[in-house]
Design a protein around this ligand. Sequence first.
Ligand code: ACO
Length: 397
Amino acid sequence: MLAEQKTIDQHLDPITIGLRPGLEGVPVTQSAICDIDGIKGELKYRGYPIADLAAQSSFLETTYLLIWGNLPSPQQLRDFEREVQMHRRVSFRVRDMMKCFPASGHPMDALQSCAASLGLFYSRRAIDNPQYVYDAVVRLIAKIPTMVAAFQLIRKGQDPIQPRDDLAYSANFLYMLTEREPDPLSARIFDRCLILHAEHSLNASTFSARVTASTLTDPYAVVASAVGTLAGPLHGGANEDVIKMLEDIRLPENSSSYLDKAIAHKQKIMGFGHREYKVKDPRASILQGLAEELFARFGKDEMYDVARALEKEASNRLGAKGIYPNVDFYSGLVYRKLGIPRDLFTPVFAISRVAGWLAHWREQLGANRIFRPSQIYTGVKTRKWKPAEERSTPENS
Ligand code: ACO
């Protein structure tokens, strides 16, 4: 270590002067959108308990609630549903762009590119115009599912299926994805999944959305940056890894030895743990119920018994640290039963979370100050540049 660097380190205790890695416990905004009680295991959108919304609302109604602050009147809901339905199609140029993507690419990367590309088609950055804001919300909510379904067919070498106007939002997505009209139970359960994933305060992707929004860029860039953040395995990408993990464990009786090894090697158990919750995530409990409803109708997924055994064993070992199943633990089992391929689990999460991102986009614009945190510099203070021939090793250059 260089002499100058020692001097810097000696004078600064990062934690004493306010460094909070991962911003844990640091409020960075005020928000009226979502309220979490991580000790009681409660989640509310705009004051409504998540269980009530998941049981009684629809995804589009919940989206309206999140973005505009109140449940819509019947007329407002009809108008919003109709507008979304009218904007479901995506330009042939976006579909052609997807045809140039490698079929082996991850659908989250495809989605991020497509979401960003909407900014090229609707480039007027009139974010202080209420009509522009409404239109952008409608377009993003309407087109993201179409783009996810289109990439799925394109990468199989097929042409995308056009949206069907006689189908509601969730039924239409499953239809475009699986090429057959879903039964009402599957469509309703998928819609409930979208409600459950729609918003969750300042998680990494929503924070990312707010940071991007704070620069006053367009909403398509806001959503594209959030999609990129959601993709990581510590965030939305965990739902894919849960299924991989359950398949590796294979049998319920293997879950104990799997955990022993994972804990000994300090490996994270995917689908467990949450910065906010110290109890089981309320969404995980509801998703588990949805999985059971599907299994009762269409037959059980054998990985469900593995999941339950793992939950029991992991809660015994990790519960004292407040580590329990999060939203990603049971969602993959539901999606699998609905015929959704594993690498589309996170894009499906994005279809839903775009509602929360847009709610935060609007809220950020309502009281904007650009995000620009500070840092504690730990590098060398000043160095004298030398020509290449006078440099020896990097340490003493
Ligand atoms: N398995 C085992 N141990 C865990 C887990 C886990 N899944 N999660 C946290 N821990 C342990 C850590 O090892 C650490 O233990 P230590 O204090 O003895 O070192 C302690 O709990 C704190 O862990 P952090 O990673 O610091 O907790 P943080 O709040 O930063 O992370 C996170 C939260 C990222 C969700 C973490 O629990 C995790 O990585 N979980 C697995 C990935 C996952 O399921 N992500 C989806 C989250 S939900 C969502 O984003 C939609």
